[in-house]
Design a protein around this ligand. Structure first.
Ligand code: TXA
Ligand code: MG
Length: 344
């Protein structure tokens, strides 16, 4: 299959978006940008098209997809009811990087293929003008997982995902690096309490500021066993480079740096992923992740792919404080490290 590439810069070109929407209408696959990461999109109401997403990604069929919408009327066609707390979240955070789990309305509209056999469906309205217009022009909700082969870091720039998805999707829209860099926060409201199933740019603190009770699902920080989990995606190996990675963290920067330097001597041929402010402090090769947590979030998946293209046998990664968007970064890193984590 030949993949059509469409470049769209900051100024959106509605003709180009219409061209991409034709693929969606025909049940084909389109890689498109959102504010978080790129997605592999298909008409969420077309079972055949959605099946092809799973094939292109090599994704397990019990791992449900997020459905992307461009307006609230679309939401009403998909879900059976919108609770008060959910309404509150929608008003405050949509369009934006928040996925809300609802009860699905009708299996005939959103099939079991999309939901991985669950009676619930994850929905979000992305805050990206290309994504919103693509959904609008297609006049369909778009099911889309992150644009990467299952288990690999999510795609935030097209040059990273080209090798993985070229020839497997009909169209790729390239609009440069995505803004947020980590995927949306996934929440499910149970008995009025907002449960965070996957941390993201919308933080626990952001949601609490609405006066809501919020809790993290325990699987965010711990290894998931094969038991039933609320968010099936948490079961699977994810975000991992091919090289062995270890995360090291201490609240005291000096202790963290000292430990990493010790390990640099112990293992040979090490790459350290670090805050830009620490780059001169290491005895081995470093890659800068940025200064602020927002910058680190934006760069993390690109850098996790970069290490596989470099010389080096082992990757030591500076951990971050588990607060704000740091929770999302920590969650992705600990999984990239397959739970090899040292805290001092
Ligand atoms: O930012 C994002 O969310 C990106 C962009 C493309 O929108 N999408 C994304 O999709 O990250 P994906 O498929 O890579 O991750 C979806 C996550 C998985 O962990 C999945 O298990 C969970 O959301 N999820 C989806 N539907 C669910 C449901 N009904 N119940 C529980 N978890 C669900
Ligand atoms: Mg993903």
């Amino acid at each position: 299959m030949e993949t059509k590439y469409i470049n769209i810069d900051k100024d959106i070109d509605i003709e180009k978006i219409k061209e991409a929407s034709e693929y969606i209408k025909q049940g084909k696959l389109v890689v498109f940008p959102t504010e978080t990461v790129y997605g592999i999109g298909a008409d969420a109401t077309n079972e055949y098209a959605v099946k092809r997403i799973f094939e292109a990604k090599g994704r397990k069929s019990d791992n449900p997809l997020i459905v992307h919408i461009s307006n609230i009327d679309m939401l009403r066609t998909i879900v059976s009811d919108i609770g008060k707390v959910e309404q509150n979240l929608i008003e405050k955070f949509w369009p934006g990087p928040l996925t809300i789990i609802f009860n699905r309305k009708d299996e005939k509209i959103i099939s079991n293929i999309v939901t991985g056999g669950l009676d619930t469906v994850g929905v979000r309205m992305p805050n990206n003008i290309i994504a919103l217009n693509l959904i609008k022009e297609s006049n369909k909700p778009i099911a889309a997982p992150s644009a990467n082969i299952s288990g690999r870091p999510s795609g935030t720039i097209i040059s990273d995902i080209k090798n993985e998805l070229d020839g497997k999707v009909e169209c790729i829209i390239d609009s440069g690096a995505t803004e947020v860099g980590v995927e949306s926060t996934v929440v499910r409201v149970i008995n009025g309490i907002v449960n965070i199933l996957r941390p993201g740019k919308i933080t626990k603190e952001d949601i609490e500021s609405l006066g809501l009770e919020v809790q993290f699902d325990k699987h965010i920080f711990e290894k998931v066993s094969e038991e039933k989990v609320m968010s099936p995606g948490m079961k699977y190996r994810h975000y991992a480079p091919n090289k062995r990675c270890i995360m090291i963290y201490s609240e005291d920067d000096n202790k963290m740096i000292e430990k990493i330097n010790e390990m640099c001597m112990e293992y040979k041929n090490v790459i350290v992923l670090c805050n830009s402010k620490n780059k001169e402090k290491y005895l081995c090769n470093t890659i800068e992740l940025g200064y602020t947590l927002d910058e680190i979030a934006q760069n993390i998946f690109r850098v996790l792919r970069q290490v596989d293209r470099m010389n080096g046998d082992i990757v030591l990664i500076e951990g971050v404080k588990k607060a704000g968007i740091g929770v999302a970064i920590f969650n992705r890193l600990i999984r990239a490290c397959e739970y090899n984590y040292i805290e001092i």
